[in-house]
Design a protein around this ligand. Structure first.
Ligand code: FES
Ligand code: FES
Length: 168
């Protein structure tokens, strides 16, 4: 077992974990953060995307021990004070989901994309989301949602939308 301590969605946690435990397993099984889902377990689908020190990562591709000392944000940490993050709001507004399974990863990747490129073209959005697979929507409304969020000014360097005062 290895001792790790990290911050997850704003809360400090410390735990003993097996060195082989994946970050996604740690989040789901130890912390109950089941909003982060597992679609493939082989780094293909992006459903497990979270932010690690502000960078989007596929949490099935990161060991829990690699997150030691880091700040992790999951889909459960985006909304603040009962207010959806503007990107979450945009997905809701534009119907950027059907079954919703890919949505946590799509939203987390979209937040990271907009942080890097606040006004992406459609092509840049599609490129930025190419590591995230959706089996339902054909991507059209997902791209629209990201465009909508960009138009609403979802360009904060923060993971959380609270300080932006923006609603879609
Ligand atoms: S579950 Fe991590 S990429 Fe699919
Ligand atoms: S909305 Fe069903 S997998 Fe994307």
């Amino acid at each position: 077992m290895t001792r790790i301590s990290l911050t997850v969605d704003g809360a400090r946690v410390a735990d003993d974990v097996e060195p082989r435990m994946l970050l996604v397993q740690y989040l789901r099984e130890r912390l109950g953060k089941t909003g982060t889902v597992i679609g493939c377990d082989t780094s293909n689908c992006g459903a497990c995307t979270v932010h690690l020190d502000g960078e989007s990562v596929k949490s099935c591709n990161v060991l829990a021990v690699q997150a030691d000392g880091c700040e992790v944000t999951t889909i459960e940490g985006l909304a603040q004070d009962g207010q959806l993050h503007p990107v979450q709001e945009a997905f809701r507004e534009c119907h950027g989901l059907q079954c919703g399974f890919c949505t946590p990863g799509m939203v987390m990747q979209s937040v990271a994309l907009l942080k890097e490129n606040p006004q992406p073209s459609e092509e840049e959005i599609r490129l930025g989301l190419e590591g995230n697979l959706c089996r339902c929507t054909g991507y059209h409304n997902i791209v629209r949602a990201v465009q909508h969020a960009a138009g609403a000014g979802s360009t904060s360097t923060s993971d959380t939308g609270a300080e932006q005062g923006v609603t879609a």
